[in-house]
Write a protein that binds this ligand. Sequence first.
Ligand code: NAD
Ligand code: PPY
Length: 355
Amino acid sequence: MSLHDTLRWQGELTATRHDPQTGASFVIRISSTSLGPAAGGTRAAQYASFADALADAGKLADAMTLKMAVSNLPMGGGKSVIALPAPRKDIDQATWNRILTLHAENIDKLKGNYWTGPDVNTNSADMDTLSETTKFVFGRSPERGGAGSSAFNTSLGVLAAMKATAAYRGLGTLDGLRVLIQGLGAVGSGVARLAADAGARLLVSDTDPARMAWAQQRGYTVVGVDEILRTPCDIFAPCAMGAVIGTDVAAELPASAVVGAANNILADDHAGAILRERGILYAPDFVANAGGAFHLVGREVLGWGRETVEEHTRGIGDILTEVYTLAESSGITTDLAARAVARTRLETSRAETAA
Ligand code: NAD
Ligand code: PPY
């Protein structure tokens, strides 16, 4: 995407900064504060261009707005991207600390209109570091008074989403179903364990050989990274990166349903329509992966205990069933139906504020 195009983004605010000393560039995008202060994690990654970093932050921030709205959480949507000068694993601790401190200064300047949390390549220890400079941080370690990692609760939510999707799609329970997981990181490994406990047959793939060895030890069937999109399964679970399913993949994917943790799974608007035409039931990612938001916002804003967080997270299954029913009765994709549910909440809130 060109810089010109990404600056036409329809969100509320874009903040950027560049640090010549480390070579890192920073983006914070606030998509919406209609339902409360914007919240969403900090993603650290390398990008081909600054325009790509801006575009990614915008799409991720928009997904947070939808996630909060559809989950009935009192927060808006935002996201940060740190465009790294080198792969995260090659950045030394002193450089990383400087990058985090600058990012925390940027967040602090937004005075609570944006709250961050962990995302790809950032964790609770990094949230602790940010919290030395700004208080607008979710997911600090429990020793520092935070809710800790949201990964396991995200996995729990994805499992609830798989159960509801399998039932709606007429596949029954997860027992005996082939669940194909792309990415066995913090969330994907939890999904694998929970799905295996529910009787699913696990097929898995990861670019990291150590994760593949872990999977083999557990008796999962290992699939090559390049074969995953051609591997027949009942449920395909993208739990690594976004934009996995574009038009071409949607036209060929040998699955009955798609339920994963990755943000922005669909690469383009048409992919959802093709999945629908082919009878592949797609669980909109911003519904299926809301377990992390329930954990962070539930524990740190709403004062929920673990059981209440889990109860709401299991409710992701009910939200999805509502979305599937609306999609079917309206003849639209599940993605559009979930956006309509979110939009209704956003419009109701705006009307209440205006009254
Ligand atoms: P992670 O970094 O712990 O795990 C990602 C895994 O994917 C790694 O093991 C990596 O080696 C693997 N991977 C990368 N590219 C791959 C490829 N092409 N094929 C197969 N494996 C590949 O991240 P995570 O915290 O588990 O998050 C996974 C996804 O879920 C991300 O897209 C994240 O934005 C999303 N998500 C996470 C949370 C959360 O609470 N952690 C909440 C909502 C959404
Ligand atoms: C996500 O769910 O994608 C996140 O970025 C995690 C999150 C959720 C709520 C507040 C901050 C971070």
